[in-house]
Design a protein around this ligand. Structure first.
Ligand code: BG6
Length: 494
């Protein structure tokens, strides 16, 4: 058991009702219902808490219960009978008709009854796990049905969680946001990017904030370049329809930019979510936009060889399953330090990591001699959760020679301790129930993501000759062109 020291801040989720729209859909089944059960099992929910699952599908209680059991089993849970029945005891199902005011009337009555039963004071968290096209209609109906309270009302709250895809272009994202905002105000909207909820991602910030020795060297004086890698073993896995519409760049860009921000933004002066978001915004604003011409030179797209044979994929599909690009940050900390990013499917192994590659010494005895540099500060986010610093050490023995060694911190706790930790989605639900927006994306961040991505998409559309789609063999870490992208700058992927 690791003992904590000194400072310990705990999020306290406030008593509330959790209403999940789209409860029989893919996202609910893969992520939200398992997270809700995980929170119940780990006793991390508020004491006064209930769940309403809503979806168009008609389900009687028996069918609901067996469906939930299967959902949890598929997500890797083996619930004890007590835990499962305690979960069911907090939960109701409501068949929904999202466009019909009567449904919201029924919902309102059920929420009032459940508030009374579970001792909740009209605090409500609505999770819209529906297609984004339904967001505006649902929030509008919630508002006109009296289910969305004004944020100024201190006696109770209502919050809305939404999840990507936040549109498929800058314009459609803006329209989606505007639609959502006709009924809900910005403080009420919680936009998820589940990468920010990952334990090891949080540790990047924690380590930077608590150890001046590292953060003081995270700048252009010491760091040669930064690498962000999000490679996945899996292919599209039954999501071909979604992928054919979106492609990897749209699917993953938010995650990549969030990892970049958490690594490289200036540290906020307090833990307040507003301070954190202000610094993150400043970082995004200092990323140099890529023009379509630069995008053609600084970005590589690829497709794994077996993609076109996946069920649901068009035989001649030009959708990318791999992306790599380079960008620059125009601020005092990072000016001149390139950021190299790569993300892809079917690349042989899951590997999510952030690497800060240090400069070689430019003075002193080893200025001109290669003794195995560079020093690299690495955060492995998935599947391992590790922090490592590779340095050069003397080889033990009579001679003066050097070897690269690594100092490491295995971040993942073992056994029972690990079992009590929240997963990414569980953590984000706790934060939303606590009213802390640090880990959620602002309207600005979504807009920034699309502004940054649009020239890339434009370049790919306009000039397949200038920006070819490179094939890569299944199980390899992307096309040779991605190696070339970094190699031509005299560097290589870690
Ligand atoms: C999702 C993407 O947001 O993130 C998926 O839609 C991707 O395509 C997934 O596989 C990766 O998340 P994780 O947590 O499995 O690394």
């Amino acid at each position: 058991m690791i003992e904590t020291i000194g400072f310990c801040q705990e999020m306290r989720p406030e008593s509330c009702g959790f209403i999940l729209f789209g409860a029989t859909g893919d996202l609910a089944g893969r992520k939200i219902i398992p997270a809700l059960f995980g929170l119940c099992e780990k006793k991390l929910t508020p004491k006064n808490f209930y769940i309403v699952l809503a979806s168009r599908t008609p389900l009687d209680r028996g069918a609901l219960e067996s469906r939930l059991w299967n959902t949890l089993a598929k997500a890797g849970f083996a619930p004890s009978p007590e835990n499962f029945s305690s979960f069911l005891g907090r939960l109701e199902y409501l068949q929904a008709d999202y466009g019909n005011g009567d449904f919201y009337g029924r919902l309102s009555q059920r929420l009032a009854a459940l508030d009374a039963k579970f001792g909740v004071k009209k605090n409500r968290l609505f999770y819209l796990a529906t297609p984004p096209a339904a967001f505006e209609q649902i929030t509008g109906e919630l508002k006109s049905g009296g289910l969305l309270f004004e944020p100024e009302d201190r006696a109770c709250w209502s919050r809305i969680i939404v999840e990507k895809p936040y549109g498929s272009s800058l314009e459609s994202a803006a329209a989606l946001d505007a639609g959502l905002k006709t009924a809900a105000s910005e403080p009420q909207v919680y936009r998820i990017d589940h990468f920010t909820g990952k334990e090891a991602v949080q540790n990047v910030m924690a380590l930077r904030s608590a150890n001046a020795v590292f953060d003081n060297t995270w700048n252009s004086r010491f760091v040669d370049h930064v690498q962000i890698t999000v490679l996945e073993e899996l292919g599209v896995e039954g999501r071909a329809a979604f992928f054919e519409r979106m492609g990897l760049a749209r699917d993953m860009m938010s995650h990549l930019l969030q990892l970049a921000a958490i690594t490289a933004m200036d540290l906020p002066s307090t833990f307040r979510d507003t301070d954190f978001k202000a610094e993150k915004k400043r970082f995004f604003e200092s990323i140099r936009p890529l023009s379509p011409e630069e995008a053609a030179k600084q970005a590589v797209r690829g497709q794994y060889a077996g993609y076109r044979a996946e069920p649901g994929v068009a035989p001649g599909s030009a959708v990318e399953t791999f992306l790599s690009f380079k960008f620059q940050v125009d601020n005092d900390r990072w000016r001149g330090v390139p950021f190299y990013v790569r993300a892809g499917k079917k690349t042989g192994a899951k590997k999510t990591r952030i690497d800060l590659v240090y400069k070689k010494p430019d003075r002193g005895i080893f200025r001109a001699i290669d003794i195995g540099y560079p020093n690299v500060f690495s955060f492995s986010i998935q599947p391992e959760e590790k922090v490592a610093f590779s340095l050069i050490s003397k080889h033990p023995g009579p001679k003066l020679c050097f070897v690269p060694r690594s100092m490491g911190l295995d971040y993942r706790p073992e056994g029972r301790e690990a079992a009590g930790y929240p997963t990414d989605y569980e953590r984000l639900l706790i934060e939303a129930m606590s009213g802390d927006k640090t880990l959620f994306l602002s309207s600005f961040e979504i807009q920034f993501m699309w502004k940054f991505l649009s020239p890339l998409l434009e370049a790919w559309q306009a000039g397949p000759e200038a920006c070819p789609l490179h094939a890569y063999a299944d199980g390899t870490p992307g096309p040779a062109a991605a190696e070339e992208l970094i190699k031509k700058d005299g560097r290589s992927w870690v």
